[in-house]
Design a protein around this ligand. Structure first.
Ligand code: AMP
Length: 287
């Protein structure tokens, strides 16, 4: 059965045993309420490592004061069964006081790639993400860590942090797992009303429209046209309230103004509110 470790000390003890036995370790950090997107990361980690550790921690530092921390969905019993079935060796499941003592004083700030998109709408979000991921990488000293393309800016932030601070861990990016109708799987999808759920695939439809423009009309490939076509698709859905629509350089995440340098790809990304629920999605087109 899967081991559940709730303290930093217990997690470190398990790791030193695996290290003594020369096992490779893959790590999948999550906030729980797992779906097939998370489980795809776990399965990939299992293919590439002897040991797989998943963490479940709803990180208070990455939620803004008006965000959904208190109502973020949680179901540890179900999650632990899913992780066990997917072949996880151990679950790191600390509570907030284990991670953040009352006089916790340190944060990790990744500038530049944190600033636009999600970072623009959610001030402090990526400081919370970078801080908790640093802690988790120091606690679960893995060979590789697995992240989903679903959170494209998070990947850019973590890769930059790992490079800049010389974390000795390899970041592996896994494709976004979707529902049959194209909606990206997310723990937050349970917040959607039936009507909102029917409307939600509009994110993917908007991304596909921009991708079609990219591939079928190369002469029209510029930031403005790509944003305009996504915006037009979102405008056709009255329940969708966009926070941002972006066509950006995949490396710097700088918004493309007009011309896109040839050979550069594009990261198309969207954040859209449906009532109180905020969904994000993206599509990476390589250059
Ligand atoms: P979360 O629990 O939402 O913090 O997500 C934990 C990890 O799962 C992150 O690396 C996410 O990018 C990844 N993830 C979430 N949803 C998906 C999805 N639909 N497909 C692939 N990866 C995902």
């Amino acid at each position: 059965v899967v081991e559940v470790l709730t303290t930093v000390g217990a997690m470190r003890a398990a790791l030193s045993e695996w290290r003594r036995a020369a096992k490779t370790v893959g790590f999948v950090p999550t906030m729980g309420y797992l779906h097939d997107g998370h489980l795809a990361l776990v399965r990939r980690a299992g293919q590439e490592n002897d040991i797989v550790v998943a963490s479940i921690f709803v990180n208070p530092l990455q939620f803004g004061p008006k965000e959904d921390l208190a109502r973020y969905p949680r179901d540890f019993e179900r999650d632990s069964k899913l992780l066990e079935a997917a072949g996880v060796t151990a679950i790191f499941y600390p509570d907030a006081s284990e991670m953040y003592p009352p006089d916790f004083s340190t944060s990790v700030e990744v500038s530049r790639v944190s600033e636009g998109l999600e970072g623009g709408v959610r001030p402090g979000h990526f400081r919370g993400v970078a801080t908790v991921v640093s802690k988790l990488f120091n606690i679960v000293t893995a060979d590789k860590a697995y992240f989903g393309q679903k959170d494209a800016q998070q990947i850019a932030v973590i890769k930059r942090m790992v490079r800049d601070l010389n974390f000795g861990i390899e970041i592996v990016v896994c494709p976004t797992v979707r529902e049959k109708d194209g909606l990206a799987m997310s723990s937050r999808n349970v917040y959607l009303s039936a009507e909102e759920r029917r409307a939600a695939p509009v994110l993917r439809i908007a991304l596909e429209a921009a991708a079609r423009l990219w591939h079928e009309a190369p002469e029209q490939r510029n930031g403005e046209n790509l944003r305009k076509i996504m915006q037009a698709v979102l405008d056709s859905e009255s329940l969708a309230n966009p926070d941002y629509v972006s066509a950006a350089d995949p490396a710097s995440l700088q918004e493309y103004a007009a011309e896109i340098p040839s050979g550069n790809g594009v990261l198309l990304s969207l954040a859209v509110r449906f009532g109180a629920t905020r969904l994000i999605d993206n599509m990476l087109i390589e250059g």
